[in-house]
Design a protein around this ligand. Structure first.
Ligand code: FES
Ligand SMILES: [Fe+2]
Length: 356
């Protein structure tokens, strides 16, 4: 079947679509929440937004990660912000205090509260699991699938990158004036490589690329052109990662992958870069990039190259489309059979959750 663009223009600018996405898509998905290494000793915590829900992930006494809704059971205040370290979670409003298992431990002025059962007033639970040193959360206490079931075949496909054994080299955040889905659609669009990146990706042999849909997720690899292969190898400002080179050739090629619903990943011989897409408004998106690799190179130089491509070229073209989505003549015509097929698959998986 020919691939088809399945979303209406309103999905790219209406507030009501974004609200439904937060409720039905982000509220029912496993979402990237950082690295396990960020949550070191007992009591380390990190807050994360999952659709309409605000969560906190915390490391308990046993060294396990736990996730709770960051909502006080008294009058709903947020307990903590950002990242930090605590022995108990204390609400800033009236100082109700919760243990690292989410249990309600203390209520100041407690003669004021008679006939309450503290055991029933623990924090509402969410879910947290790790894969390859990466933390994912789900805002439901009992998700339909475990993280590994959700990831399916992509978990094994990306395992050789061994992200859990790489170091955090640098984080960077860029934002752009376009709907978050336009970035995803561009990320998995093979057709644009020739035309949006004629110089920055000139060394790559797009014709030889391999693309594989793995459930709702997607991986792709492309080699350098034969005449550029040597130059391409030494062009990275980061040191090669030996354990990647020990694997089949595709792992050393230029990799662009996608974990549904909002996580592009970029890979190469010397890096594993995770790009989390956060919709700020229907027409503004933040991309938070985490660069993992080995020390000894120049992470700033990596980001200079990376941002020239993603911010300069990719964000530029989707901001261009965003300018048109409200036009009465905006519509999407035929899609390329294989080069744009992943967009059609993305829409199917998106609609499955949005309609479900
Ligand atoms: S809202 Fe948290 S203690 Fe009152
Ligand atoms: Fe691109």
């Amino acid at each position: 079947m020919a691939p088809k663009y399945k979303l209406p223009a309103a999905a790219y600018f209406e507030e009501s679509w974004l609200r439904q996405e937060k409720l039905k898509l982000f509220g029912a998905s496993w979402l990237y929440a950082g690295q396990a290494a960020e949550l070191g000793p007992t009591g380390s915590y990190k807050t994360i937004t999952a659709g309409l829900d605000e969560l906190v992930v915390v490391r308990n006494q046993e060294g396990e990660l736990k996730a709770f809704h960051n909502v006080c059971r008294h009058r709903g205040a947020q307990l903590v912000q950002g990242t930090g370290q605590c022995s108990t979670l204390v609400c800033p409003y009236h100082k109700w205090t919760y243990g690292l298992e989410g249990n309600l431990r203390g209520i100041p002025k407690d003669p004021q509260f008679t006939n309450i059962d503290k055991d029933l007033l623990g924090l509402h639970r969410a879910s947290v699991e790790t894969w390859m040193g990466l933390v994912f959360v789900n805002s439901n206490e009992y998700p339909n699938e475990t993280l590994l079931e959700w990831l399916g075949d992509i978990a094994q496909e990306l395992a050789p990158f061994g992200a859990g054994n790489l170091e955090l080299l640098k984080r960077d955040t860029i934002s752009f004036n376009a709907n978050w889905k336009l970035y995803i659609e561009n990320h998995i669009d093979w057709l644009h490589l020739w035309f949006v990146h004629p110089e920055t990706l000139a060394a790559l042999d797009h014709d030889q690329g391999q693309r594989t849909q793995l459930g709702p997720h997607w991986v792709s690899y492309e080699p350098a052109k034969a005449e550029h292969a040597e130059a391409y190898k030494v062009s990275s400002p980061l040191p090669d990662i030996p354990h990647i080179q020990d694997n089949p050739a595709r792992y050393s090629e230029n990799g662009a992958h996608f974990i549904f619903p909002n996580l592009p990943i970029f890979t190469g011989t010397s890096f594993f870069a995770i790009a989390e897409l956060i919709p700020l408004t229907p027409e503004k998106t933040e991309m938070r990039v985490t660069l993992l690799g080995l020390r000894g190179g120049d992470a700033d130089a990596f980001f200079e190259i990376f941002n020239d491509i993603t911010k300069g070229e990719d964000a530029g073209i989707i901001e261009n489309i965003q300018q048109n989505v409200r036009s009465k003549h905006f519509s999407v015509g035929p899609l390329a059979h294989t080069y744009e097929r992943a967009i059609s698959d993305f829409h199917d998986n998106y609609l499955r959750l949005m309609d479900g």
